[in-house]
Design a protein. Structure first.
Length: 202
């Protein structure tokens, strides 16, 4: 039987080291130029269901301008009253899915990701007390669902597809559909990188 993925005892230290790395670009072929990037953060929520750890995702509402109808982690752009990007991730999670920040134990941040949509995103990793009550904001989120880490870590469940942007081809990570939803793009990149941190993939 395949061993179940567990949270490493030193995950906070691993995240602290990872956060020191240079920013990752979701499209390495994109001309960065002198564009100004908007600071943003997402919460990467871990929950324990039975004997397995899961990651929690949202399906973004079709009413949204950016990334509508796509799978993502809860989050958004920083606001002036946010003391830091961890606060941004927690505030946005409360606004989008009604997650009480008191129910989240933040473990640390991953390296920032710079997006072609002009956001510089900090993934904030946290363990959520589960079960807990969630209240979805329908203007921003269509549904909330989770996927087991063991399924996500199985290499047979993800691959790359070629996207063409400005006449250049580049590989974009895609997971197989799970519970009717497909995790791909930047959200898939964050997911795969977290699994590497967990399992020391190379």
């Amino acid at each position: 039987m395949t061993a179940l993925i567990d949270i490493p005892a030193n995950l906070a230290d691993r995240l602290a080291e990872h956060a020191k790395q240079p920013s990752v670009w979701d499209d390495p072929e994109f001309d960065r130029g002198e564009r100004k990037l908007v600071p943003a953060a997402v919460l990467v929520p871990l929950i324990r269901m039975g004997e397995q750890w899961h990651l929690v995702y949202t399906l973004r509402s079709n009413l949204l301008h950016d990334h509508s109808g796509q799978v993502s982690f809860p989050g958004g752009s920083s606001e002036n009253h946010d003391p830091d990007l961890i606060a941004t991730a927690l505030r946005e999670s409360r606004e989008e899915i009604g997650l009480d920040p008191a129910k989240v134990r933040v473990l640390g941040c991953m390296a920032k990701m710079e997006m072609v949509t002009h956001f510089k995103v900090t993934p904030v990793v946290g363990v959520v007390d589960w079960p807990t009550v969630l209240t979805v904001n329908p203007d921003e989120v269509a549904r909330v669902f989770s996927i087991p880490l063991d399924w996500l870590a199985s290499k047979e469940n993800h691959d790359f597809q070629v996207h063409t942007h400005r006449s250049k081809d580049f590989n974009v990570p895609y997971f197989k559909p799970y519970d009717g939803e497909t995790v791909w793009g930047a959200t898939a990149m964050i997911t795969l990188e977290l699994i590497r941190i967990f399992t020391a993939w190379e």
